[in-house]
Design a binder for this molecule. Structure first.
Ligand SMILES: Cc1cc2nc3c(=O)[nH]c(=O)nc-3n(C[C@H](O)[C@H](O)[C@H](O)COP(=O)(O)OP(=O)(O)OC[C@H]3O[C@@H](n4cnc5c(N)ncnc54)[C@H](O)[C@@H]3O)c2cc1C
Length: 230
């Protein structure tokens, strides 16, 4: 299933404030009519990491000598880009954007992320379960959060999540209920196989099921432990 993520509200507010705009000002979005800047940055653009095109765009908008030096030097540029967010160059070099278009033009579109469905529709009619690992890591001393996995993990269930179905004809459970199934899915890779196991159980399939699963710590990472050991 494809999930359309939303960017963190605090991060979007910070960017808008740093760029000196109001959240209601209009901004262009990919493939659509202009929207309020807050919505444009929250739903349509990837604002999670500082990219080279954004840094270069900042360089065109300011005469700040330090930024010119960083842009001209490969090593310095790479070092500056590492682990920083969009707000950094705007604040560090006092970048002024003439219009919202200058702010969003160098940004990439915010793409949906794919997740394996981890439930069988026979076991859970009208439900879809996902098994999502929240992505967090340190990059050059700064904590970085994965956009979509964090969006799902921290969702307050106060609004719908936009999704679409994506089918994969090459990866599916055998129709023959008597053949054995060998499934290898460490970590969240267990997701489709939990669905396969539920489906086989619901079908009353007689074929043997072998699931190879591994993760770091039994106490915290044995996903679906009760269901699988049962
Ligand atoms: C067919 C398919 C099925 C999938 N099924 C599942 C599933 O069932 N469950 C699941 O949890 N995920 C699944 N994924 C992965 C999922 O689509 C996302 O990629 C994942 O959730 C991360 O997205 P994000 O938006 O949270 O992170 P992003 O914001 O996209 O950040 C992830 C990026 O951060 C960088 N990164 C991550 N860790 C580090 C690190 N330690 N050091 C440096 N850089 C790093 C990498 O560039 C990585 O691409 C699947 C992917 C595909 C293609």
């Amino acid at each position: 299933m494809g999930v359309f993520p939303e960017n963190n509200v605090k991060l979007v507010d910070e960017i808008i404030a740093a760029a000196g705009f109001g959240p209601d000002e209009l901004a262009p979005v990919p493939h659509g009519k202009d929207q309020q800047l807050f919505d444009a940055l929250r739903f349509h653009y990837d604002v999670s990491v500082l990219t080279e095109p954004f840094l270069l765009a900042c360089g065109r908008l300011t005469k700040h000598p330090e930024l010119k030096k960083i842009i001209a030097d490969d090593e310095k540029r790479k070092a500056y880009l590492s682990g920083r967010g969009l707000v950094y160059p705007i604040v560090d070099f006092n970048v002024k954007f003439p219009t919202t278009e200058y702010l969003v033009a160098p940004l990439k579109a915010l793409n949906p992320r794919l997740y394996s469905i981890s439930s069988s529709p026979k076991a859970h009619p009208s439900e879809v379960h996902l098994t999502v690992g929240k992505v967090t890591y340190d990059l050059h001393g700064r904590k970085r959060l994965g956009v979509c996995s964090t969006y799902l993990a921290d969702h307050k269930l106060d609004r719908p999540v936009k999704v679409y179905m994506h089918s994969n004809k090459a990866f599916r459970l055998a129709e023959n209920n008597d053949v054995p199934a060998i499934m290898i899915g460490p970590g969240t890779g267990i997701a489709p196989f939990r669905a396969f196991l539920e489906e086989r159980e619901a079908r009353g399939a007689k074929g043997k099921n072998w699931l190879f699963f591994g993760d770091q710590h039994q106490a915290t990472d044995f996903l679906y432990e009760e269901q699988i050991t049962a």
